[in-house]
Design a protein around this ligand. Sequence first.
Ligand code: NAD
Ligand code: UFG
Length: 338
Amino acid sequence: MHTILVTGGLGFIGSETVIALINNGYEPVIVDNLSNSKEAVLDRIETITGKRVPFIKLDVCDEEPLRKVFAQYKIDAVIHFAGLKAVGESVEKPLLYYQNNLMSSLTLLKVMKEFDVRNIVFSSSATVYGVPERVPLTESDPVTHATNPYGETKVMIEHILMDTQAAWKELNVALLRYFNPIGAHPSGLLGEDPNGIPNNLMPYISQVAIGKRDHLRIWGDTYPTPDGTGIRDYIHVVDLAEGHVATLKKLDKNPGLVIYNLGTGKGTSVLEMVHAFEEATGVKVPYKIYPPRAGDVAENYANCDKASEELGWKAKYNVVDACRDAFNFQKKNPDGIK
Ligand code: NAD
Ligand code: UFG
């Protein structure tokens, strides 16, 4: 495997994975419609790696331009990050989410079949487990319904990929269920760059720390957890990117369908994250307790033994490392990537 098409490759996880691909000798080609990213990310990838990665601005839902990319490059595998990902927005605009996330995946698979490209890695999410019956979650835990339209698109795309693989046996499919990706490239050049008020914990804490927001709103402290705040499995985005490289190596052995949780195996509460951030940066994070956020679960973390045994991959960084890198990115880019 050599040439890897990365859809959504200018986004938070995609751009970090492009760097990992280059560092491991692959040739990435990026397609992205810039709906949630900036073209300037390409320059930053070049600063970090010394390589100008081919980039084609297109919407993966548009078959013709996508076909041209497959005709121009001899693609060996696709990593499919392109998708909309904001849980709250998906509740308000379900059709936008079903349209974008499903159509892009269907179009991509159609064109892959046409060009006989036999490897795909899909960005799934821990959200497919819905409300967990128990933690840690393993890959064999039930996937039925997610709690919002965004999550439902992930459940549906997993089914589409499984059915396609069952009918086209030469296709290798990896479903990667990410837990909570945080952190940034250690250079501070790439990281999470949300529009408007951040929904997610890490970018919100970082913006409080640089004084852009007054205090962190902690959504609930009466959950049945040791300190009452919600527990998640936060994984450094650099570790997550490496997980994709390990997965490509696995696909090279023609495994058919594989599914992996990518997390750290360790749960961290919101209050523990605040303390980790303070330890990493020396900056105090003021917070206030608010009522729980609708749809949140008390506790969600991964059992990652399968990825460790079958991919030889494990997260190396801890939450203190991730907080340090996220804050470094925030300080260097107070108004995001320009
Ligand atoms: P991101 O928004 O930073 O990156 C997604 C990229 O896809 C963006 O650059 C966007 O412009 C592009 N895009 C969206 N729709 C497109 C389309 N139709 N055609 C072409 N480009 C398109 O998000 P991210 O955090 O890097 O997430 C990457 C993937 O991982 C997504 O599929 C997301 O659902 C999934 N995921 C993310 C998280 C998380 O917390 N960040 C957790 C689990 C799964
Ligand atoms: N939280 C706060 N205050 C905030 C933001 C978050 O207290 O301002 C708390 C939440 O209540 C939760 C924890 O911090 O307990 C993490 O919340 P995030 O919004 O950062 O992440 P979620 O676990 O809710 O969701 C994330 C992604 C989803 C994905 C899911 C599982 O946003 O897209 O992980 O992978 F589906």
